[in-house]
Design a protein. Sequence first.
Length: 206
Amino acid sequence: MTLTATNKLTFLEFLEQYPDGFGQYELVNGELVKVEPTRAHKNVARFLVRCFDRESERLNLDYIVDKDIIIKTTTQEGEERGRNPDVGVVKAEVWNSNVRTYGALTEPIQLAVEVVSTNWEDDYIDKRDEYQRLGIPEYWIVDYLAIGSRTLLGNPKQPKIFVYQLVEGEYQVQCFTGSDRIISSTFPELELTCEQVFASSQIREL
């Protein structure tokens, strides 16, 4: 579902027109675009929220972990977009700098996770570019259904998790699959394998 505006919306207008209580939306190409994830998709996101939250508390890292953090990004052409990562990790000092306002941020969060769905190119190309431009230090792409291209996932395709780390303004990527332990600079002691993440979807044939 897309709510089309006569003129392209700015990020501020997007926040003002955000349909509270009617699901999740992003600002793409100047329009409100509804995000409708499957239950399996939500299961993976919730699982990662719990994992990150526990690890943050265990190591006293002082992060806020949430599924509803809207961030302002820009395209290479300078178009404003509003993204809502499936999982967002933000420093508590950034989140609490203005607690009276809504959950939208214009500064980079610490870690963004996108769980891949049918519009997989958005996660692999557009969002990766926007998150890099914003300066988000770490970005995960969780392709638990192996939806991406064979160039990315191999032939035959297999589920993978891509972890991008920002190095001198550009993302460097590591790829993980199967029983691999996922390496994260945000959570350096995290004991989490790809298999555990994929299994959290509750899709039995994975």
